[in-house]
Each structure stands twice: as structure tokens, then as C-alpha cells.
Design a protein around this ligand. Sequence first.
Ligand SMILES: Cc1cc2nc3c(=O)[nH]c(=O)nc-3n(C[C@H](O)[C@H](O)[C@H](O)COP(=O)(O)OP(=O)(O)OC[C@H]3O[C@@H](n4cnc5c(N)ncnc54)[C@H](O)[C@@H]3O)c2cc1C
Length: 344
Amino acid sequence: MQLDQSIVAGLSELGDVPTYLKHVIKAGVVSTVDTQMIIDGNDCLAVGQGKAIASNARTSFGPIEECIEKIQLTICAEGFYGGNFHALVREFGSLLFSMIASDAQQAEVASWHESGIAQFGGFLMADAGGSSIQQWNTVFANDGEVLALDVDKVWIIEGHRLNFGSVSAASTQKLYPTSILVPPDEFAKLKKTASGTPFLDGTLQLGNVSGKVTVPKSRMLTRGGLVSTSIFLSKVRPRFVRALMAHVKWLDANGRIALSPQQRSSATALEAIAKTYYHGLVERKPSLPAALAIKFASNRLLLDLVTSETVSDPSIQRDLMAFTRMEGSSYRCLFEIYSKVKIR
Ligand SMILES: Cc1cc2nc3c(=O)[nH]c(=O)nc-3n(C[C@H](O)[C@H](O)[C@H](O)COP(=O)(O)OP(=O)(O)OC[C@H]3O[C@@H](n4cnc5c(N)ncnc54)[C@H](O)[C@@H]3O)c2cc1C
């Protein structure tokens, strides 16, 4: 089974994959594979769904996930405009924070909000040094109970106006990332600048954050361990794809883009697949390859809209291209899917 077929097989378990979307996925794989993947020529397994959870251990959506469901409906009616994109991302942040922060750390952040000390918190992952952790400039040194943190982060949503943040940093050995909560008083010492031209009709600005701060070791966000980030991404990517497809359909319905019938039915099918996947997480364990396959298909469909001139407004072209980079670029998704499904 080729890599594109293994992606389509995985998505087909979640819903109908129209022929047009299959072509888009195939063209996407052909143009994204790296040299090693071509040389390996390995056969691949179908992208697997997560294992079923025993019925007595199943849970329903928590309050944050319920809130995200409501925002999804608003995005269907209004697109990403009117603050809906920011509302969605804020809840994604709350979901991640609930998975990596202790109860005491969560209560402290809630108290900053209540007392008005801090309005905006962010997740600072993308690093000015490069995408692999070995290249990161953001590192911390552990001096007893105190962490000396060098921050050099880029492309953070509203990064130029954050009051506090969870900074993903490498220890000096640069083996794996650690999230460190930088509170408002220390965060205020960091340099913050707007980065690039805003997206979404001027309403979404990215920013860079850099400088040196010192925080106690108790600021490390270690609940859930390393695996929590991959569980979080499995939960968030499909939710983001559902919202993206709703935004695309809103743009189409409001005359800002003009989808072909095949593109429209592909967006509808992918929206349904993404929804089925994350609704199924109450009875299945997250499958990172399935979540990556959904994001890869979404990236390729968005790029298809741009290259087929369905989207004539250059600023909307740029918005859609940017969303193909957020929460998993095509190469990153494909590389990770390949490493999990190739037959060794
Ligand atoms: C709108 C928007 C909002 C964002 N918000 C945040 C935020 O709040 N917080 C945050 O931390 N970050 C944010 N980001 C940054 C984002 O999360 C990613 O870090 C960024 O887009 C880079 O993605 P990537 O690391 O997957 O890089 P890629 O560009 O995919 O590159 C990964 C690596 O693979 C290599 N590569 C790429 N393609 C190929 C190929 N075909 N063959 C071989 N090698 C290849 C590249 O050279 C690079 O070394 C945002 C980005 C955008 C556009």
C-alpha cells in the first residue's frame, strides 16, 4: 500500500472520502515526500484508528470541549471573523493547560485573570533557531531551585501583546522540550514585537518574544508528561480542521471565494471526518497518525483552493496558506505519518 492510499484508507474508516479529495491527497503526497521516502520505497500500513477504550473507562466531553463545540457552531455561521478564531485558539490553550498544569498552577493563572493582572496567555513553541529541538535558541539552565531561561520565540498568536505564557524550552542537553510557565512580572521583562503582516482582514497578528528571565523550578508544567502534548495535538488538530472547513464554506457562502462542486463536497466530507474522529475519542484512544492524516488532507485541500484560483483575493490566499502551517505543516504531518506506518 502506497503512503497516499494508507492515508485514504485511514480517513475512509471515519467517513466518505470523495474521489476529488483522494486526488488532492495523492498530489499532496507526491509533491511533499522527501528523498529518503522515495529511496526507501517501503510499503505502508493503513493509518490506524485508536484502540477502543473499555466501556467502563469511557468519559464524555469536559467543559472546555463543550465550549469548543459551541464555538464551532458560531464559526459555521460567521467564519473565523468577529473574534471567533481567537475564541477557538483560547479554548485550545485552556485544553492544553488543563493537561500540562497542576491544579495549583491552574488556580494561580485563574487568579491572574480574575484580578486583572493578565489578560492574554500564549503557548510559545516555534523557535527562532529552527524547527528541530537541537537548533532551538530557547534553553534553560537549572541552578538549584531556579531556572535561568533564554527565550527566543517567533510567530506566536498575538505574541506582541501577551501578558504571560507557557514557553517550550530545551534543557542544555537539548533532548526533549519542557514547558515553563512565565508569570506576568517576569514576562513583562521580555521584548515583544509584531511579526509580519496580519491575517484575517487585519485581525490576527503574530508576534516574536525574546529575552532572559528567571523563574522558580516550580513553574515547570509537567502534569501528563511528554505524552500529553501528543494527546493534545490528536484532540486539537481535527477540531481545528473542522473549524477550517466551516470557515472555507462560510467564505464560499458569502461570496468571498467560489468553490467548485467537487471542492465543496470535499470540504464537507473532511469536516464530517474530522468531527467523527474527535467525537469518537470518548470511546477510542487518540491515534496521532489519524489526526495527522486529517490535518494533511486539510492542508492539501486548502492549497488546492489557492492553486486552482478558487480563491482570487490574495489576502485570503495568504490566510489559507498560513493555516496549512499552523498545528502541523504538510511536510511535518507526512513525515510523522510515514515514520509510523512504514513497514520496516
Ligand atoms: C497563523 C499561524 C499561527 C501560529 N501560531 C503559533 C503559536 O501561537 N505558537 C507557536 O509556537 N507557533 C505558532 N505558529 C508557528 C507554527 O506552529 C509552526 O511552527 C510553523 O508554521 C513551522 O512549522 P513546521 O515546524 O512544521 O515547519 P516546516 O516549515 O514544515 O518545516 C519543518 C522542517 O522540515 C523541513 N522541510 C519542509 N518541507 C520539506 C520537504 N518537502 N522535504 C524535506 N524537508 C522539508 C524544513 O526545512 C524544516 O526544517 C503559527 C504559525 C502560523 C502560520
